[in-house]
Design a protein around this ligand. Structure first.
Ligand SMILES: O=P(O)(O)OP(=O)(O)OP(=O)(O)OC[C@H]1O[C@@H](n2cnc3c(O)ncnc32)[C@H](O)[C@@H]1O
Ligand SMILES: [Mg+2]
Length: 198
């Protein structure tokens, strides 16, 4: 059994922490790895799964507690799935605004019907740093890339991600709504089932 009262989130991204805590509810208290260390591990994996496991193991090692990691990103069809696992580093670490500007520029001549994309989220939960059996859950969210940013909620690429089922960008969704529809919500629903919380 995993002690969910003492679970560390292996992420330095405040947006993820807020969303994941809201999805888990008050019965699970997520502590941020930032309480233990400000050093971010190098994400050397070639897949979301590898990076999620790597981050979870690192956080468990540093904290001595079970750890949950979220590796996520945006896969754009026209770009062959890029930026993918490199989503956070797309504009060489210059941050969300630079990432979004680079994406808009890469797609500036691409017609609407070729602007499909999906958000991907892999959650990895390890009981301890050397856990041979991490729990892995994946969620996808299909949409397309807008021609200009729109909306103030969320984080990262949300202002550029068109949500066809709601006819707005994901940054225009209320946080509660994004947390029911998103890639992260889908991965978390599977994780809750696996943990017997659903
Ligand atoms: O690795 P940690 O510390 O968790 O934080 P990070 O921000 O570096 O996270 P990732 O390595 O998983 O990179 C995820 C990238 O994908 C973007 N992203 C992931 N989920 C998103 C969401 O729900 N909305 C918008 N952008 C998202 C996010 O902004 C990052 O640029
Ligand atoms: Mg990262």
């Amino acid at each position: 059994m995993i002690n969910l009262q003492q679970l560390v989130l292996a992420s330095h991204n405040a947006g993820k922490l807020k969303e994941l805590q809201a999805m888990l509810g008050e019965s699970v208290h997520l502590r941020s790895i930032g309480e233990f260390s400000q050093v971010e591990p190098e994400e050397t994996g070639l897949s979301f799964v590898e990076n999620a496991i790597l981050k979870a193991r690192n956080a468990a090692r540093i904290s001595g507690l079970p750890a949950l990691a979220d590796d996520s990103g945006l896969a754009v069809d026209f770009l062959g799935g890029a930026p993918g696992i490199y989503s956070a580093r797309y504009a060489d670490g210059k941050g969300d605004a630079a990432n979004n500007a680079k994406l808009l520029d890469a797609l500036k001549d691409v017609p609407d019907e070729q602007r499909g994309a999906q958000f991907v989220c892999v959650l990895a939960l390890v009981r301890h740093a050397d856990d041979p059996l991490p729990i892995l859950c994946e969620g996808l969210w299909h949409g397309s890339i807008l021609r200009a940013a729109s909306g103030e909620h969320g984080f990262g690429y949300d202002p550029l991600f068109w949500v066809p089922e709601r006819n707005c960008s994901s940054a225009e969704l209320a946080p509660l709504e994004k947390n029911q529809l998103s890639h992260r919500a889908r991965a978390m629903a599977l994780l809750r089932q696996r943990l017997g919380l659903a």
